[in-house]
Design a protein around this ligand. Structure first.
Ligand code: AMP
Ligand code: GLY
Length: 422
């Protein structure tokens, strides 16, 4: 089978790496890919937002199956376009990807179906939004309704900060994504991520994985897309997983089907474990990045049949096998990330790092130029290791990190610490 993966990040490198080992695969393409992906797939220079270009390429190249990595093309309707062209696709149609594309849609769905989430209000007017914020008091959370590359959420500790955030968003900081606001109750507790494959009716939970969102050690500093991950995540006990499936994931899947928007693809729920049980913070219509890196490292089953079963509505009776070992992924980012950073700096020592036992170096933002690998983004590498437990995987991952010679990069030194505390 000919497969096309859409995307260019660490998540897509992990997907390509896993798919490239499939017994079902003939040829693997990636659009647009990166320097690491080029080692396992043929990269084609088509951007993830070029829906026409992707569909035309898939047709011409007789692609049998398209796996879409990022949310932007899904929200824009790439899966719909591929369905129209008669091509199988992993990833939800636009009317289901809206769970990530509109926070207001997600919240209203929860309200209609009694799914636990933070209390909230929706606003397109600053006067009303400010009145609501003053009435509720701080802490309070202000969110742009639409996609904002993970930057559209402000957890405000004062009323003034919340009003300023609301003014910024409604004033056009995120363009059309900020035409509407969701303002919600601050939830106290520990955060947990949850991934499940969903085929329209059936949800199959994946292994647990947890990211570290803050840029600095000890989970300090500004939010990022994720500075590292570990799997399994001890807080995702069997009991909590069952509760999340029963109270959140299965009800969301049933609600979407009942409303004529069957959800198909991977559903990534961000949760807060509160005193009143798990509550839904957000839904993403794609794999977490870098959660996908540790999930693929631990997946023992052939990934391609699982993605196909999801696309074809065949997940009932499907099962996945996972390695007993743990995995840790350490993100190496360009200095300055998540703020301004330089591109084009050279990364050396990748071969040495890859030679460390049980390690795979996934590329997130790299290009090759004149035989050199250059940084080409904020998050640049995802150094991923397997080990008997989190401590062993962490040790191997940092051995590989230390083999990489990239003075313009940095990483956290404590990925996995929450799983290691006594
Ligand atoms: P989101 O993009 O919705 O995941 O929000 C980004 C981050 O903001 C989350 O990972 C949480 O740390 C935080 N957050 C979002 N909503 C809430 C909430 N209602 N209460 C507390 N923290 C929140
Ligand atoms: N690691 C967080 C995300 O992918 O949204």
């Amino acid at each position: 089978m000919n497969v096309l993966v859409v995307g260019s990040g660490g998540r897509e490198h992990a997907l390509c790496w896993a798919i490239s080992g499939s017994a079902m695969l003939d040829r693997l393409w990636c659009a647009p890919g990166n320097a690491g992906i080029a080692e396992v797939a043929t990269c084609v220079d088509i951007g993830v937002e070029d829906l026409d270009g992707i569909v035309a390429f898939a047709r011409e190249t007789k692609i049998d199956f398209v796996v879409v990595g990022p949310e932007v093309p899904l929200v824009a309707g790439l899966a719909d376009r591929l369905h129209e062209a008669g091509i199988r696709v992993f990833g939800p149609a636009a009317n289901a990807a809206i769970l990530e594309g509109s926070k207001a849609f997600m919240k209203d769905l929860c309200r209609r179906h009694g799914i636990p989430t933070a209390a909230y209000g929706e606003f397109d007017d600053l006067v009303q939004a400010s009145a609501f914020i003053r009435e509720r008091g701080a802490p309070i959370v202000v969110k742009a309704d639409g996609l904002a590359a993970g930057k559209g959420v402000v957890v405000a500790t004062t009323v003034e900060e919340a009003i300023e955030a609301a003014a910024g968003i409604l004033g056009g900081r995120f363009g059309a994504s900020g035409a509407k606001l969701v303002i919600e109750e601050f939830l106290d507790g520990e955060e947990m991520s949850f991934h499940a494959l969903v085929d329209g009716k059936t949800a199959l939970p994946l292994a647990t994985a947890q990211d570290h969102k803050r840029v600095f050690d000890g989970d300090q500093g500004p939010n990022t897309g994720g500075m590292g991950t570990y799997s399994p995540a001890p807080r995702g006990t069997a009991e909590i997983q069952r509760e999340v499936m029963d109270r959140i994931v299965d009800p969301v899947v049933a609600a979407m089907a009942a409303e004529g928007r069957p959800y198909n693809g991977v559903l990534y729920a961000g949760l807060m474990l509160t005193q009143d049980g798990p509550k839904l913070i957000e839904i993403n219509c794609r794999f977490g990045d870098p959660e996908c890196q540790v999930l693929m490292a631990r997946l023992r089953s052939d990934v391609l049949p699982a993605l196909l079963a999801t696309a074809d509505g065949q997940l009932d009776h499907f099962d996945l096998r996972w390695r007993q070992e743990a995995a840790v992924c350490v993100v190496m980012a360009a200095k300055g990330y998540p703020g301004d950073y330089a591109k084009g700096t050279e990364i050396r020592g990748l071969d040495k790092a890859a030679a460390v036992p049980d390690v795979t170096v996934f590329h997130a933002g790299t290009v090759t130029k004149g035989g050199k690998v250059l940084a080409n983004g904020g998050r640049v590498l995802g150094v991923t290791a397997i080990g008997a437990d989190i401590a062993a995987a962490q040790k191997q991952a940092y051995r590989a990190v230390d083999a990489i010679d990239w003075p313009e990069g940095f990483c956290r030194r404590d990925i996995g610490w929450r799983a290691l505390k006594p």
